[in-house]
Design a protein around this ligand. Structure first.
Ligand code: BGC
Length: 739
């Protein structure tokens, strides 16, 4: 910061103000010694526009590798893999002259209808935090900055530029801010992007509590806060709240407002300096990054990486009678438009112009024996063609083959940034087609392509094998073929629960809200936390994913010390093929004094590729801070004292081992005031002593049985100040209060 402060020493006030807004759509201004910087989307590929610019994915961009979007990437549950993707993204960004890549998106998937689900990782903050941190570390390791977005509580697209996310403090902290906090603290992103929405009525771009008190004060963020594109409503309020850079540039209008506010004494100069210094400091980082000598990316190597990554992101949801992997000699009917015209990324600002595109049908043909694969389109996604003729052809092809592989899913126009879905259905014509195919061909594999969660019960009822490819990037077609033929043994896991019905989902009644307010009525119970507390069946649970082999868990142990929990378990490959397992660790607090989901993911780890018969001891460390809940009485994180259940398993509903540890809790002393209850005061040694003196002789009768009821339970909820109504003097009570 010292260096950048010097850089600004001779910079005029006008120029310091000017640093706080963009030069145009994607660049900042060059001012004095501070160079102009290039920021661009992100997150799963570089969208560097050379001609017309926009934030909606409309105008063309230069070719770049399209890696699996976050919905797919998250299914890897593998931070090391995500770090490698980050490094590759950073190298491409650098080669395209980009200083800051706008990602990762780490908002929690609160509702499966959320239009941007494809761009976010998970319904769980621990998984999101670990993967988001790895993404940032990877990108920044090659001298390109990340932009952690969309900060914060931007969980739906409907009315996204006005809507207020109305959230209670515990879910806000424990669910919606947790991943952001983890990433800021551990991966130190160069920038954080503030979101469009309001939180509890206040625009994030004006929210001093969030942008300054929490982000910088509590979490120690020392980078730059940039607005989402067009998120600034009132630049003066934003600068005062902690926003450093308004994007895109607005032709100097906001700069003039800041100058006028300074002149009128409505804004302090130090806020403008803070913003200017943040831009200068970012420029310092970018200058060092440009000089870092990042090797030029190799297009083919990145395509190969995209295929490897996509293979590790596929989730095998179902595999009755070991229908998969396919045997290369068997004749195959590949059905569905998506096999020929793949759906592999989402729409909007993250839309990448890929360097190459694997076509699933061609990749399947490449791995199958020559002449064994037939294809039928089966349906169209734009209502073109003769639906009946297409279906009949598909049924004919399926009947003539030994196995059918039917691609099902959502077309690009059915989900995108900018709007939410209203249902989670697979289009009816596709389900009808599947039913007809299965009638003639019981050996049917369904391959799913989609950004948001789908209702899968109808597919489960029909198809004995289901492979979930989600959105898998430009090499997804090759990766699908790899998994179908067992070149890759699937190890992906769901990062989101698949519910039985939309009406079962946690935010069903409160999504997407009304009149620009979204009430987060489900509180802490987001995703599996909700289905578990309600004890409801789900179609596929969070964390679920099968393999072509089997794993056994043994010798689970858990110990606790001041740094947290250390959990170990031995995993053995008991099947006939090599494979890797993702071990998941959940905790519970059976005697908790506060509301708690039955189990919460606290850590996870992939084994290495285990040969049949091989074992590996897996260790998962859970930092003590991750056990804490947000205590609204003292406005801070508190680790509760007591017994903690440790549940180790292959999914949130496939828990293979359980053990228990004792955790010594944090001291929490809630000040005793006039509003404290008698019960609270009696539980506090100092106040209890003072009360004892006040009520000398009364305590015996209070704690005893009167008329068969416990007197103490009856009167414990009386606030101390109300005792004055029962003849206790206010002066006497003052001795009980803390101040
Ligand atoms: C999106 C951001 C994106 C920005 C720039 C906005 O509409 O919300 O995610 O980075 O545009 O394209």
């Amino acid at each position: 910061m010292a260096e950048s402060t010097n850089r600004l020493a001779n910079v005029s006030r006008t120029d310091r103000i000017a640093l706080g807004s963009g030069a145009d759509f994607w660049t900042t201004k060059a001012v004095g010694a501070v160079p102009s910087l290039v920021l661009t989307d992100g997150p799963h590929g570089v969208r560097r526009q050379a001609g017309a610019t926009d934030h909606l994915g409309l105008a063309e961009s230069l070719p770049a590798t399209c890696f699996p979007p976050a919905v797919g990437l998250a299914q890897s549950w593998d931070p090391d893999l995500v770090r490698r993707v980050g490094r590759a993204l950073g190298a491409e960004a650098r080669a395209l002259g980009v200083d800051v890549l706008l990602g990762p998106g780490v908002n929690i998937k609160r509702d499966p209808r959320g239009g941007r689900s494809f761009e976010y990782f998970s319904e769980d903050p621990t998984l999101t935090g670990a993967l988001g941190a790895a993404w940032v570390e990877g990108v920044q390791s090659v001298g390109v900055g990340a932009s952690l977005k969309h900060f914060a509580a931007n969980n739906c697209e409907t009315d996204r530029m006005r809507s207020s996310s109305d959230i209670d403090p515990r879910p806000l902290r424990e669910i919606y801010l947790r991943a952001f906090a983890h990433i800021v603290r551990t991966a130190r992103p160069w920038t954080v992007m503030c979101s469009y929405n309001r939180i509890n009525g206040v625009y994030v771009a004006h929210n001093r509590w969030l942008l300054t008190d929490v982000l910088r004060g509590e979490w120690g963020f020392d980078g730059l806060v940039v607005s989402d594109w067009g998120a600034v409503v009132d630049r003066v309020a934003s600068v005062a709240a902690g926003l450093d850079l308004q994007m895109p540039g607005d032709g100097g209008r906001g700069d003039a407002q800041v100058a006028a506010a300074l002149a009128a004494g409505a804004l302090v100069e130090s806020a403008v300096d803070r913003a200017a210094e943040a831009v200068a400091a970012l420029a310092d980082k970018a200058t060092r990054g440009r000089a870092q000598g990042t090797p030029a990316p190799d297009e083919q190597a990145h395509h190969a990486l995209a295929r490897e990554v996509a293979g590790l992101c596929m989730v095998l949801l179902r595999n009755e009678n070991d229908l998969l992997p396919l045997t290369p000699g068997r004749s195959l009917a590949v059905i569905g438009e998506f096999a020929e015209a793949p759906r592999y990324q989402g729409g909007g600002s993250s839309h990448v112009n890929p360097t190459a595109l694997d076509i699933p049908l061609a990749e399947i043909r490449a791995l199958a024996a020559p002449g064994t694969v037939d294809y039928a389109r089966g349906f169209t996604t734009d209502d073109s063609g003769d639906a009946r003729a297409l279906r009949e052809e598909a049924v004919r092809v399926a009947a003539a083959a030994e196995v059918a592989v039917v691609f099902l899913g959502l077309a690009a126009n059915q989900e995108s940034e900018g709007f939410d879905r209203t249902d989670i259905e697979i289009p009816a014509d596709q389900l009808d087609l599947l039913a007809e195919v299965v009638r003639v061909q019981p050996n049917t594999v369904a391959v799913l392509v989609h950004g948001g969660v789908l209702r899968l019960t109808p597919v489960v009822e029909l198809a004995p094998a289901i492979l979930d490819a989600a959105l898998s990037g430009q090499a997804g077609g090759g990766a699908i073929a790899d998994v179908l033929f067992g070149v890759v043994n699937p190890s992906g896991r769901l990062a989101e629960t698949v519910p039985v019905r939309l009406a079962d989902t946690p935010a069903y009644l409160d999504f997407p809200g009304e009149h620009s307010h979204v009430r987060y009525g489900e509180g802490l119970y987001v995703g599996y936390r909700w289905y578990d507390v309600r004890e409801w069946e789900v179609c596929f649970p969070f964390g679920h994913g099968l393999s072509y082999t089997e794993f056994a868990y043994s010798d689970a142990t858990a110990t606790a010390d001041e740094s947290g929990l250390r959990v170990t378990v031995t995993v053995t490959n008991t099947g006939a093929r090599a494979g890797r397992e993702i071990v998941q660790v959940y905790t519970s607090v059976p005697d908790s004094t506060v509301a708690r989901p039955p189990r919460e993911l606290r850590g996870f780890r992939a084994t290495s590729e285990l040969a049949p018969g091989d074992s590996e001891q897996v260790t998962v460390e859970v930092p003590r801070a991750d056990l804490a809940y947000w205590d609204t009485r003292v406005d801070r994180w508190v680790v509760e004292d007591g017994r903690y259940g440790v549940h180790i398993g292959a999914s949130s509903r496939d828990l293979r081992a359980a053990t228990e540890v004792r955790v010594t809790g944090d001291e929490v002393r809630v000040p005793i005031t006039a509003r404290s209850t008698l019960g609270e005061a009696l539980a506090d040694p100092k106040a209890a002593a003072a009360l004892g003196e006040l009520f000398e002789g009364m305590s015996a009768s209070m704690s005893g049985d009167a008329l068969g009821v416990d007197m103490m339970r009856m009167i414990a909820s009386i606030p101390l100040e109300r005792l004055t109504g029962f003849g206790v003097s206010p002066d006497a009570l003052r001795a009980v209060y803390d101040d």
